[in-house]
Design a protein around this ligand. Structure first.
Ligand SMILES: C[S@@+](CC[C@H](N)C(=O)[O-])C[C@H]1O[C@@H](n2cnc3c(N)ncnc32)[C@H](O)[C@@H]1O
Length: 270
């Protein structure tokens, strides 16, 4: 396997999403830092060509979908905008998020939150398709995916499933992976192990200064058997994989990323 490219392409290293006018996004119910909201909006407005779909895996109350939709709305290259953003979530009030958002807190446990999603999307709702329920019970069609936002890989089985479901549909050279929880002390070591094992297939583009998002571009078609290999090997000699993944992140001149990977593996479930 080759080493990861160490320098992001210039259009990403200048972090142009910082210039997105925040008024375009507006106030949102979302578990996303403003920089992450801007990045998603910028990707959908400026980078997205329409060659594939936008997948929003872990939609919560529609915050990430609303950012993609705000960007897609002003994207002049893409003329067909209906049903391009595919949002997956349980869409049910759970007990995993303590008092943060009053709209969420007001719901009884188990109650649907689909109406909050539609309210947030408002006039951009036509751009989205909702898939409510456990994502591990879903499969993806044969359509290509141009932007894949992963924000529900909170367990290893969930991450395994998302990789199997979506990675083979990424377009080499043109698809972007917006990996949440990657650059923070998330404890989700499987994100880093599997990305490290699949490093031949992605290039690192950027890590946000605030929030946990790391942005990758797919550079080579990912065969399903390579996904299986990464899944099978993610726990193999974890220290060796951890050390290699940290060294790789340091190579990218991303101390923040290396630190996050290190912590994440320290919290590894036994
Ligand atoms: C951190 S939140 C996503 C935040 C969101 N992207 C936003 O814009 O605010 C993670 C989401 O993953 C969802 N999730 C967890 N397990 C899931 C599963 N098995 N199937 C589908 N979604 C799941 C949760 O319901 C939760 O809304």
């Amino acid at each position: 396997m080759r080493d990861f490219d160490t320098s992001p392409p210039p259009e990403f290293s200048s972090r142009p999403w910082g210039r997105v006018n925040y008024d375009r996004i507006g106030k949102l119910l979302a578990l996303l830092h403003p920089e992450e909201r801007k990045l998603m909006t910028w990707l959908a407005s400026t980078v997205y060509t329409g060659a594939g779909e936008i997948v929003d895996a872990g939609a919560f109350l529609g915050g990430s979908a609303a950012c993609f939709a705000a960007g897609l709305r002003i994207n002049r290259k893409v003329t067909r905008k209906d049903c391009r953003i595919h949002s997956y979530d349980l869409f049910r009030k759970g007990n995993w998020l303590p008092s943060q958002l009053k709209e969420w807190d007001a719901r009884a446990e188990g109650q649907s939150t689909v109406d909050l999603y539609h309210d947030q999307l408002g006039e951009n709702d036509f751009m989205t398709v909702l898939y409510a329920g456990d994502i591990t019970q879903r499969s993806w069609s044969d359509r290509k995916i141009e932007i894949l936002m992963l924000d529900c890989s909170k367990t290893k089985p969930l991450n395994d499933h998302c990789m199997r479901m979506f990675y083979p549909s990424l377009i080499p050279g043109d698809s972007y992976l917006v990996h949440q929880d990657y650059a923070i002390n998330s404890g989700l070591y499987w994100l880093h192990s599997t990305m490290y094992l699949l490093r031949d297939y992605f290039e690192h583009l950027a890590t946000v200064d605030y929030g946990g998002t790391t942005l990758f571009r797919c550079i080579k078609a990912i065969p399903p058997e390579m996904v299986e290999e990464a899944i099978a090997r993610q726990d193999e000699a974890p220290e060796a994989i951890r050390d290699a993944a940290i060294a790789w992140a340091n190579d990218l001149d991303q101390p923040k990323l290396a630190r996050a990977i290190s912590y994440s593996h320290d919290f590894r479930e036994e």
